[in-house]
Design a protein around this ligand. Structure first.
Ligand code: G1P
Length: 306
């Protein structure tokens, strides 16, 4: 037993069964979570964030076309012996550490596309009645000192309650997010008074939007089993959290960091530019390229002619 007041967050769920229709045809045979930001797939950023925050059991809720994710986190004997023979030790270490040391993976199938709530429910047995983290790899969060999930773990340790990451958005965008109302408070952790999935701007309870990081107590599962499909045929996690609010407090954390919505093309491109500029190998050359006099617009017009 740990000496801590609350159980540790040792498990994380990664829902990766989505079809990625916004990136077709790229995602016809490749999971959207495997799309790279420079040289690392989105799912690896999420896994590293989880493990860095103390998680050791990674639970992927997958579907039939997502084999590449399992392969990515497995060892690749042929590639490893090839790199060994070539004395490419740095690359070998890179490949061998895709799954961080001490972490283990479980794969659970979501056989029907019934939404985020249903994906979480598919991992019900695996969370073993313990609080767990939930990370949506589409939301890539750049951080300075502490990752978003690490900040959330600290908030969980202080409260013992479910924690949901939120950020301020323009209310005109509310139809893309779960939106929360909170009790006014001085710090960055607020008690949630209501939560609603993708309301119209005029119905949004505030300008605080849910982003894809959650720490949830196991009680949410009892609420999820009772959630009915919405008009799009989905079981919404937001509805279960709304119902959970009647049983126990749930907090919102306004995290420090920059979130990139890699679930759409613009956000994905913004992430690539930012991460490329910060990349140790190509960052400064890329910056020179972007700053080069008229270079980008010249390349752009050349591409347009094709
Ligand atoms: C999901 C959630 C939504 C949340 C969003 C964050 O929506 O249902 O409440 O705000 O993730 O990215 P999705 O983006 O999967 O439609």
């Amino acid at each position: 037993m740990s000496g801590l007041k609350h159980p540790l967050i040792s498990r994380a769920i990664f829902p990766v069964a989505g079809k990625g229709t916004r990136f077709l045809p790229a995602t016809k045979a490749t999971p959207k979570e495997m799309m790279p930001i420079v040289d690392k797939p989105l799912i690896q950023y999420a896994v590293e964030e989880a493990v860095g925050a103390g998680v050791s059991e990674l639970i992927f809720v997958t579907s039939s076309t997502k084999r590449a994710i399992e392969d990515h986190f497995d060892s690749n004997y042929e590639l490893e012996s090839f790199l060994k023979k070539q004395n490419k030790h740095e690359l070998l270490a890179l490949v061998q550490n895709v799954l961080p040391q001490g972490a283990s993976c479980t794969y659970v199938r979501q056989s029907e596309s019934l939404g985020l709530g249903h994906a979480v429910l598919c991992a019900r047995t695996q969370i073993a009645n313990e609080p767990f983290a939930l990370l949506l790899a589409d939301d890539l969060i750049h951080h300075e000192a502490e990752s978003c999930l690490q900040q959330m773990v600290s908030a969980y340790e202080a409260t013992g309650c479910s924690i949901i990451a939120v950020q301020e958005i323009s209310v005109s965008e509310s139809e893309k997010y779960g939106m929360v109302a909170v009790e006014p408070q001085a710090n960055s952790v607020f008690r949630i008074t209501s939560i609603v999935e993708k309301p119209k701007p005029q119905d949004a309870p505030s300008n605080l939007a849910v982003v894809g990081r959650y720490i949830l107590t196991p009680k949410v599962m009892a609420h999820l089993v009772r959630v009915q499909q919405d008009k799009r045929g989905e079981i919404q996690l937001t509805d279960a959290i709304s119902s959970l609010l009647q049983d126990e407090p749930v907090y919102a954390l306004k995290f420090k960091g920059v979130r990139y919505d890699c679930g759409n093309k613009l956000g994905y491109l913004q992430a690539i530019v930012s991460y490329a500029l910060a990349h140790t190998e190509v960052g400064s050359e890329f910056e020179n390229y972007l700053q080069g006099s008229g270079r980008v617009s010249k390349d752009f017009s050349r591409l347009q002619k094709k």
